[in-house]
Design a protein around this ligand. Sequence first.
Ligand code: IMP
Ligand code: MG
Length: 172
Amino acid sequence: MVPELKILFPREQIAARVAEMGEQITRDFAGEPVVLVGVLKGATIFLSDLSRQIALDSTFDFISVSSYGRQKQNSGEVKLLKDVDQSMEGKNVILVEDILDTGLTMAYLKEMILAHHPRTFRIAALLDKKCRRRRPIQADYVGFEIPDEFVVGYGMDYAERYRNLPDICVVG
Ligand code: IMP
Ligand code: MG
């Protein structure tokens, strides 16, 4: 069965919002270097676009966690599959994520990175499903707030598919 896809945010709207987020980050860090830590794999396209809108000395790093999958959303389990390559100590770390959903993943990653004593720690999330939050965690930079719907495209997947769609779509 081929699921029906409906465009929620077209590519032009995503590009405009990502540019605003990049400008905000550029202003907030006022010439200081930043480390962009992307959460694999969903955040890769967002990170590559966002980073090009940030006019600061920037480095990239990536982290990978096990996805508990939709059916196991209540398990609360997060497992680290790949840690960052560089030291976070004394750095301005921006954790870049596709979706902030229950917050379990971000709460885990935040705690892990803070243990390494960064100079500052911020979260940039392209999408925020606020109504689904189970941990008291907020992103410092949010692209769009969305209702409880499953979305794909612009890096986000459904069973590893649709990451390459240029628009963010709702799976019907
Ligand atoms: P949570 O905040 O720990 O619940 O998990 C967030 C992660 O779940 C995101 O990084 C996504 O990888 C995944 N996720 C949550 N909602 C969606 C969705 O609508 N589409 C695709 N992935 C999603
Ligand atoms: Mg993810």
